[in-house]
Design a protein around this ligand. Structure first.
Ligand code: F6R
Length: 608
């Protein structure tokens, strides 16, 4: 995600800001900027692309003298990557500078409100709202202005703020987006992540939700959202730089798996309003939705597995026919596409060559297209008629985890929207779906908390030669993703099968001790899958079952059982995938594989 740094002290601020931003480069970004108070005014410099460009423009900071400043690396969310959208953002007078991580969910409402008060906006970002709102509330006391802004904005934010009228101070404030502060030997620092400050201090203060930090060169004071002082103890950081980049996790993949509760929340919450689902970016009225006769979901790899889940969910919930295609097949198979159909292209990177070509193929035939994309401003995001973003943040590990989870959420939301418009669900059912969706983040957290047990189990299988994953319905889709995760990072051969298909050939591969992961989260299919498990066990398979809490019946057939919490049958993928991700991860770690960069694979497949 974006990176924030801030400095106030005896040294020149700009080189320290650039150095801090460089330490946050691993988080991914598309533009960068710094603002420095030079004794008279706040000066700013922004640049699209790599941080190197900003360093060159400022001669490594030398052209921006001053001893206090804030800096930012932006990973585009609201508004494409550009110099104008890069942070810091300012009020009209240029006296308040703001850098921001997170998403201001009610920014459109606030933007309109401020426009009504005569404020003009120069960027498309949600952040600029904060700069103008600070200006609106600024009556000379920054803490008062900041707390008023905190009461008005909804969503998540970590902010670094510079007020020209208060040159001896810089401000930090956060809610649901990390931010730390610390004292270096000659000044105080703000950062969104530990690596940015490690060179200057190892004692940091973690700002808690809805707290404000006021930094001067000699001290740091903390306040709550009511402007009352708060006492805090520093935490000593003993990570080395390499570990710090990964937030203390051994690999980016593990870190990203742990980010899934947040990712799910971020993708969900802006679209659930007043007990209903609002997907503004869909750009379709209920009448237009009702006019759609068929959906084609097109994607590659894990995103394709999200599509396979989508077939079950859309068809089950909204009773609309869905065809799922691998983009590499779709683009060349001369697909039959009618005008009253919708093509949904799912892609984390938004740059996958086959998915992009499939999108273009659909557009050529005049069919309405929708992208479910993670990277803002990417090719698929730009070219699709409509785009629904997943708010997963940059994914660094090659094997997708958090983006996959976010894609599932986007798909559930769309399915419910279609079901509502088509009248195939009652309001009561929608309320129940939303209740279950909102519980997913904490349920995922709980499953992640079980990692030791899965690690222990995984250690027994690091020498496995073949592993099979089986399931029916949504469980088949989960099996496909579980199998891909294992093979891509551990190099163990694995296959996924629809459980009912085993008898038609695959079962001949089962030998004494072969590991089979059987996913059984669909209650109406339990008995069928249990029969398949019995068939497998009687041929020597060791069966690991992933099933819902309470389905203890399965213990009679399976050798090892992992339970997932109860949720709606359409949403079980979001939970069942967690133990399978952890299993793959620990098998790969146990084998000593390069988990974050598996051999032969690239994060973004821009060639066909
Ligand atoms: C597997 C994985 C890949 C991608 C696929 C599509 O862990 O990450 O299978 O899902 O290459 O990539 P995007 O979503 O960027 O189009």
């Amino acid at each position: 995600m974006c990176g924030i740094v801030g400095y106030i002290g005896e040294s020149q601020a700009a080189p320290i800001l650039l150095d801090g931003l460089a330490k946050l480069e691993y988080r991914g970004y598309d533009s960068a900027g710094i603002a420095v108070y030079d004794g008279e005014d706040i000066r700013v410099q922004k640049a699209g692309g790599r941080l190197k460009v900003l360093s060159e423009l400022t001669h490594d900071g030398a052209t921006m003298p001053g001893q206090s400043g804030i800096g930012h690396t932006r990973w585009a969310t609201h508004g494409a990557p550009s110099d104008t959208n890069a942070h810091p953002h300012f009020n009209a007078a240029g006296t308040i500078a703001v850098v921001h991580n997170g998403i201001i969910e009610n920014y459109l409402k606030l933007r309109n409100y401020l426009k009504g008060k005569g404020y003009a906006f120069v960027s498309e970002t949600d952040t600029e709202v904060v700069a103008h709102l600070l200006d609106y509330y600024d009556k000379g006391d920054p803490i008062e202005a900041i707390t008023k802004v905190m009461h008005r904005v909804e969503g998540s934010y970590a902010l670094g703020i510079l007020f020209k009228e208060h040159p001896g101070e810089i401000y930090a404030v956060r809610k649901d987006s990390p931010l730390i502060v610390g004292h270096g030997k000659d000044g105080s620092l703000i950062a969104s992540d530990v690596p940015a400050v490690l060179r200057y201090t190892r004692n940091v203060y973690f700002i808690q939700n809805e707290e404000i930090a006021v930094l001067t060169k000699g001290e740091i004071a903390f306040y709550n959202v009511y402007g009352e002082p708060v006492e805090k103890e520093p935490t000593a950081i003993d990570w080395d730089i390499n570990a710090a980049e990964k937030g203390g996790y051994e690999h980016f993949m593990l870190k990203e798996m742990y980010e899934q509760p947040k990712t799910v929340r971020d993708t969900l919450s802006p679209r659930v309003k007043d007990g209903g689902i609002v997907i503004e970016e869909l750009g379709m009225t209920d009448e237009e939705i009702r006019a759609i006769r068929k959906i084609h979901i097109v994607a590659c790899g894990s995103a394709y597995h999200v599509g396979v889940t989508g077939k079950y969910v859309f068809e089950g919930m909204a009773r609309i026919p869905v065809e799922v295609d691998l983009a590499s097949e779709f683009r060349y198979r001369d697909p039959i596409l009618e005008q009253d159909e919708l093509v949904v292209v799912i892609s984390q990177s938004g740059e996958t060559a086959d998915s992009l070509a499939a999108l273009r193929e659909a557009k050529k035939r005049g069919v309405r297209t929708l992208g479910i994309v993670n990277v803002v401003g990417s090719s698929i995001a730009r070219e699709a008629d409509q785009v629904m973003y997943t708010w997963a943040g940059p994914e660094i590990a090659v094997a997708t985890t958090k983006a996959y989870s976010a894609q599932l959420i986007a798909e559930y939301l769309l399915s419910i929207k279609f079901a509502q418009a088509r009248g195939t669900v009652t309001e009561k059912e929608v309320a129940a779906y939303l209740k279950d969706l909102k519980r997913l983040p904490e349920q995922i957290e709980m499953l992640l908390g079980n990692k030791e047990r899965i690690q222990h189990f995984a250690n027994r299988y690091i020498a496995a030669k073949d592993v099979f994953f089986v399931g029916r319905g949504v469980d088949y889709a989960i099996s496909m993703e579980g199998s891909l995760k294992l093979k891509e990072i551990s190099y163990i051969h694995s296959e996924a099968y629809a459980a009912g298909e085993l008898k038609h050939g695959t079962i001949s591969l089962i030998e004494e001790g072969t590991l089979v992961a059987a996913v059984a989260t669909q209650e109406e299919l339990y008995k069928k899958t249990i029969s398949n498990i019995v068939e497998l066990s009687s041929r020597g398979a060791f069966v690991l079952a992933v099933t819902n809490d309470g389905n203890t019946e399965i213990e009679k057939a399976a050798d090892y059982v992992i339970y997932i919490p109860q949720t709606n049958r359409y949403f079980t993928n979001s939970l069942a995938i967690i133990p399978l991700q952890l299993f793959s991860y620990y098998v790969a770690v146990g084998k000593g594989c390069d988990v974050d960069k598996p051999r032969n694979l690239a994060k973004s497949v821009t060639v066909e």
